[in-house]
Ligand binder design. Structure first.
Ligand code: GDP
Ligand code: IMO
Ligand code: MG
Length: 425
């Protein structure tokens, strides 16, 4: 297989953990070869950080490949589109950096996240009491719920001449049911303005994508969240509301999973989880503080602390199997320099008995106790290394151990947050 540095065909970046693994940076690195970069799931709950020669960016809806001027960036119908985030935050970030987003296309059939969705997200969380999900309160769950209920507004509704009417009906309904006081005229004015701004970007993204596929262009899918936050296969109910794996790509673009040449699973060299939900390998004590501090493990979207854990190979292997991942990307291994020993989870036990079943269920995972192997760490700063063979032997062994257990080659190892701070294997 050709190196990921020279990838061609169709590639997809999919988190095989609990998110925040560096998908934004990986997409920014790989996007230099892409003709199309496409976001297929999630909404403004996503926080993808990109650091490159243009500056530092935190993207929520915007595909992280927007810096490639020759490429077209697509936001598919499976994305819950928050125009407030896209226009008032993300366009502004790009404007400040003098980066154009003219190459962005937003699907006309994508659902809109409206102000009531964000309010409902907050109200529901407050009322959940002890059973909170710890959502980002970006209205993503309620917007998807309305789509499934066939009542939500879509991008195309902004332009069919009946938007004012549809908005009034929907807003009055939401105010009544959820006891809200959203002012119709203000919301109408705001969304009429947003509609004007994004009109040139609205498109039938499936057609663009299918044409690119036919012409054998390089297509890069950017997943949001990660497999264990998937609505169907994650640790329900502590999950997000979309399909985060290959299924999400099909739901947004009708690209069949077997058409994807490079299914790239991405995880950090350790793991983090933000919000609620079980994490068998959660780290307590001083090592927790070291990782949070050194790794800057504070949420891009929510500003909350992410709980660190040792790398859980049981989960990584399960996610890779389910999505037919054929290449792995390992990020933030530079953060592990300085540890005397590093633990890695190679199995689970429930009530002392080994189990090999990974269930998309929060309660089940909370019963699982990790079985660890302890590997010797390395002390050297590795952030300047660009050649696998120059890594300390113990770092090489750690990487090889992961590959061997999961059965998928690690081909992208990042040792810093900037574009290019990468070892291609
Ligand atoms: P995403 O949601 O998967 O795109 O990940 P986030 O952007 O939420 O979180 C990843 C964080 O790690 C960001 O702050 C990145 O700038 C940073 N990062 C990514 N890769 C590396 C790496 O290899 N080393 C270090 N030190 N930081 C990294
Ligand atoms: P990226 O794309 C990490 C988590 C939330 C919460 C649960 C449900 O940056 O990796 P939601 O707002 O989606 O209803 O919240 O999912 N969550 C994420 N955790 N990274 C993300 O995105 C996340 N998006 C949602 O913390 O536990
Ligand atoms: Mg993130």
């Amino acid at each position: 297989m050709i190196s990921l540095k020279n990838w061609q065909g169709i590639a997809a970046v999919i988190g095989v953990d609990w998110g925040d693994s560096g998908k934004g940076r990986l997409v920014d690195d790989l996007a230099v070869r892409a003709h199309i970069i496409a976001r297929y799931n999630g909404g403004a709950n996503t926080g993808h950080t990109v650091k490159n020669k243009y500056g530092k960016f935190a993207f929520h809806i915007m595909p992280s490949g927007i810096f490639n001027k020759k490429a077209t960036c697509l936001v598919g119908r499976g994305v819950a589109i928050d125009l407030e985030s896209l226009i008032e935050d993300e366009f502004e970030q790009l404007k400040k950096a003098k980066v154009s987003w003219k190459n962005l296309k937003v699907d006309e059939q994508a659902s809109l996240v409206m102000p009531w969705h964000k309010m409902r997200d907050g109200i529901r969380e407050e009322l959940r009491g002890g059973g909170k999900i710890g959502t980002t309160r970006r209205g993503v769950g309620p917007a998807y719920a309305d789509r499934v209920e066939r009542s939500g507004l879509r991008v195309k509704d902004l332009y069919d001449g009946k938007f004012a009417e549809k908005l009034k009906e929907e807003l009055e309904f939401q105010n009544k049911i959820y006891d809200l006081t959203l002012p119709y005229k203000e919301v109408l004015a705001k969304y009429t303005n947003y509609a004007k701004i994004i009109k040139p970007l609205v498109a039938r993204t499936i057609l663009i994508l299918k044409e690119a596929q036919k012409a054998r262009k390089n297509i890069l899918f950017e997943g949001a969240q990660a497999y264990f936050l998937d609505i169907d296969f994650g640790t329900y109910p502590c999950v997000t509301s979309s399909n985060t794996g290959v299924l999400g790509i099909w739901r947004s673009f009708e690209i069949y999973p077997t058409d994807i040449n490079h299914v790239i699973g991405i995880t950090k060299a350790y793991m983090t989880r933000v919000g609620k939900g079980p994490m068998p390998t959660k780290i307590e004590g001083s090592q927790r503080e070291v990782i949070i501090e050194k790794g800057g493990e504070i949420g891009t979207t929510s500003g909350r602390i992410r709980d660190p854990g040792w790398l859980d190979l049981v989960l990584v292997k399960a996610a890779c199997g389910a999505n037919k991942v054929n290449r792995l990307a390992l990020t933030k291994i530079d953060i592990l320099s300085g540890f005397k020993n590093i633990k890695i989870c190679v199995g689970y036990k429930i009530n002392g008995k080994a189990v090999d079943y990974v269930s998309g269920d929060a309660a089940y995972l909370s019963w699982c106790k990790p079985v660890y192997e302890t590997l010797p760490g390395w002390q050297e700063d590795i952030s300047q290394i660009r050649d696998f063979k120059k890594l300390p032997k113990n770092a090489q062994n750690y990487i090889r151990k992961i590959e061997k257990f999961v059965g998928v080659p690690i081909e992208f190892i990042s040792v810093g947050p900037q574009r290019g701070e990468v070892i291609y294997v």
